[in-house]
Write a protein that binds this ligand. Structure first.
Ligand code: TYD
Length: 348
């Protein structure tokens, strides 16, 4: 039976990836997660009793712990989702970003190299290319020009992975995804933050003029692309994952206001009037845009969920799961793990 190590498995994107693997394959998933503020056992509540899901709480920078997991579980593949991922936090303090995103990736690469892992998939981001304003959609071989400490830590990890492929022949694949959205996203990123704020009648902070553009990718589309890259991607290749459609932040926020109003039978002005323009983020990239030709031609993948459908689903999920929002933002999530899942924890 295939055994796969998924790092950061309790985070937003990886929890969807684990759910997909458990529903579509008979693989064993070894989930290594440090349970930081954004990693949350409640994201995986529905699969915790699945015998093919094994949870280890720990940090990817802890090489002894990572080695022990490899020795015990013998994963044939690694998918590295574990990362500090919020740009605004990286501007305030970049240290955890360098530690987890660069040193953590290095630890995983070293252990995977020693254990001769047959595939190592690094989950990266479109932010490594930097600002695409005035440029053609970014291609996989374009120059990396990260703007934020977060983006530069991810670009560094990509470069490390590529060097391990070239120097040691490591079976590396890199995926670079556009902005994700969907259920279980921590309410610090634009879409869940705006939903949460609108629901509590708080102002909706728009950085700068709000005309920055992003490509919004529904998380379930993203994880299906990642699975297909893992199964059929070419070793040493990089794959961009996106929809190819850019939207301004203002457009996204206005659409959230409209959909919330529709769902709640309210006037959209009730929400739109909460929009407040604030100071811009330092180093803010105006636009991200990806060329996704490679993943379409080589792997036959393209996004299936339109923004309107994905956003409606997401808003309904947040409306129906307000206790989840409360839980992950109250600090309760840290003790939740201790209380409920202590029995599931595997120790080295
Ligand atoms: P974010 O979700 O932080 O993703 P990223 O910076 O990685 O693209 O932000 C998406 C866009 O929304 C980005 O242009 C910054 C903007 N933004 C706001 O205008 N207000 C906010 O409160 C946040 C969190 C983001």
């Amino acid at each position: 039976m295939t055994t796969i190590l998924v790092t950061g498995g309790c985070g937003f994107i990886a929890s969807h990836f684990i759910r997909l693997i458990l529903s579509q394959t008979n693989w064993r998933v070894i989930n290594l997660d440090a349970i930081t503020y954004a990693g949350n056992m409640e994201n995986l509540e529905d699969v915790l009793s699945n015998p093919n899901h094994v949870f280890y709480r720990g940090d990817i920078t802890d090489s002894k712990y990572v080695s022990t997991i490899f020795e015990t579980e013998k994963p044939s593949s690694v998918v590295n989702f574990a990362a500090e991922s919020h740009v605004d936090r990286s501007i305030i303090d970049s240290s955890p970003f360098l530690k987890t995103n660069i040193l953590g990736t290095h630890v995983l690469l070293e252990v995977a190299r020693q254990k001769q892992t047959s595939r190592f998939l690094q989950v990266s981001t479109d932010e490594v290319y930097g600002d695409a304003e005035g440029k053609a959609p970014r291609r996989e071989d374009d120059l990396l020009k990260p703007s934020s400490p977060y983006a530069s830590s991810k670009a560094s990890a990509d470069l490390l992975c590529l060097s391990y492929h070239r120097t040691y022949g490591m079976p590396i694949i890199i995926v670079r995804s556009a902005n994700n959205y969907g259920p279980f996203q921590f309410p610090e990123k634009l879409i869940p933050l705006m939903i949460r704020k609108a629901l509590t009648n708080s102002s909706l902070p728009v950085y700068g003029d709000g005309l920055q553009q992003r490509d919004w990718l529904y998380v379930k589309d993203n994880v299906s692309a990642i699975l297909s890259a893992l199964q059929s991607g070419h070793i040493g290749s990089i794959y961009n994952i996106g929809t190819g459609i850019d939207r301004t932040n203002l457009d996204v926020i206005n659409t959230i206001c409209d959909l919330l109003a529709e769902e709640q039978g309210e006037d959209t002005e009730k929400f739109r009037s909460l929009i407040e323009f604030t100071a811009d983020r330092p180093g803010h990239d105006r636009r991200y845009a990806l060329d996704t030709e490679r993943i379409k031609t080589e792997l036959g993948w393209s996004a299936q969920v339109s923004f309107d459908v994905g956003l409606k689903d997401t808003i309904r999920w947040y409306l129906n799961n307000q206790s989840w929002i409360e839980s992950v933002t109250s600090g309760k999530y840290t003790t939740y793990y201790e209380d409920v899942y202590a029995g599931l924890k595997q120790d080295s």
